[in-house]
Design a protein around this ligand. Structure first.
Ligand code: NAP
Length: 248
């Protein structure tokens, strides 16, 4: 018996990194999983295979969350395949780093539409059945960068800070309907995203992190499972840091 038995979760960007770990951890807790991906179908299917072996239903759904049509079609396909969704995890995200004066409009738009507008559109498309059912969990993956800023990440910081603000507003709007809306704000986590960061910068992160290391995707996933579980029934509008003490 898992704490999420009978639940259905949609995880955006579930093919790699943190989204992969979240998908598997939610399945270990008993949920069936709709895995969204943008490019890597093979990686998404590998995650689905792991989940199927756990005895849970898993299917993969292509869709770029930054594009309205893709987003709507993807969510409709999920509803068609699973019937309903009770847990939505907005995890898909990208970086396009440059110092602000060198950042072009496309870099700004790509990050804002993927990391902020995308989650808003996914919630818009999935929220009504949760409200009608009187139970739901929305969990947005924000970032420590949205809390403290970071050189070269004006677009990413604005999107992730905006996602935290969206989280608090929707938490207020849906609270009476028993739909909680929370965010997890990871520090620096070992994934493909941070593999692009120069070693010297990662060394600086380790020095600034009281725990002296980067985090693991599973450590973010455990917090998502907690927020989705009955144990978090009175928590809404929270931004929970998973950052080894780097920001407190
Ligand atoms: P990652 O390893 O680069 O994986 C990104 C995931 O997002 C992939 O599954 C990718 O799908 C998907 N994705 C990207 N653009 C998409 C789009 N337009 N539509 C749908 N899916 C899309 O990243 P990660 O490190 O796991 O990060 C996951 C989330 O945590 C992001 O929101 C990120 O901002 C946040 N975060 C990460 C860190 C960190 O240190 N890693 C820290 C704080 C917050 P494909 O495989 O198909 O490309």
């Amino acid at each position: 018996m898992g704490v999420l038995d009978g639940k259905i979760s949609l995880v955006t960007g579930g093919s790699r990194g943190i989204g992969r770990a979240i998908s598997i951890a939610l399945a270990e807790a008993g949920s069936d999983i709709a895995i969204n991906y943008a490019h890597n179908r093979e990686r998404a299917e590998e995650v689905a295979a792991v989940i199927t072996k756990l005895g849970r239903k898993a299917m993969v759904f292509h869709g770029d969350v930054s594009k309205t049509e893709d987003n709507d079609r993807m969510v409709d396909e999920v509803f068609k395949a699973f019937g309903s969704v009770q847990i939505v995890v907005n995890n898909a995200g990208i970086t396009r780093d440059k110092s602000f004066v060198k950042m072009d409009r496309k870099m700004w738009d790509d990050v804002l539409t993927t990391n902020l507008t995308g989650p808003a559109m996914v919630i818009y498309r999935t929220i009504k059945p949760m409200i009608e059912a009187g139970w739901g969990r929305v969990i947005n993956i924000s970032s420590i960068v949205g809390q403290m800023g970071n050189f070269g990440q004006a677009n990413y910081a604005a999107a992730k800070g905006g996602l935290a603000a969206l989280t608090k507003t929707l938490a207020r709007e849906f609270a009476k309907k028993n739909v909680t809306v929370n965010a997890v704000a990871p520090g620096f986590i070992e994934t493909d995203m941070t593999a692009e960061v120069p070693d010297a910068a990662l060394d600086a992160v380790r020095q600034l992190t009281p725990m002296g290391r980067l985090g693991k995707p599973e450590e973010v996933a455990a917090t998502v499972v907690f927020l989705a579980s009955p144990a978090a029934s009175f928590i809404t509008g929270e931004i929970i840091g998973v950052n080894g003490g780097m920001y407190m």
